[in-house]
Design a protein around this ligand. Sequence first.
Ligand SMILES: [Zn+2]
Length: 114
Amino acid sequence: MPSANYLKLTNGLPKRQSSIYIQLRTRHIPLNYHLHRINKSESPHCPTCPGTNETIHHFIFECPQYQRERHIYANATRRNALSITHLLSSEKATPHLLRYINSTGRLKPTFGEI
Ligand SMILES: [Zn+2]
């Protein structure tokens, strides 16, 4: 059974957004680092950063490819943007995070527009 907190956070989110949210929480998101572990990608590396694992952390906080999107997102969430634990447990931060993910276009091949 999903926790009450989880139900509260995903309640009212469109299906695709809540799927992404669940994948973030379980770390089973279709980024190369995870895909590589389940043999769905040849490399665990970020497509734009050779030699760097494409983890959730890299995707959200580090990848230079999404600097512009991250700036908008950081302004919206302020300092809380730097804590993934906060992001995944805060009702306020979730929409910003999903907006960021959508604006990067990185998960479009899997989810389409979210
Ligand atoms: Zn990168």
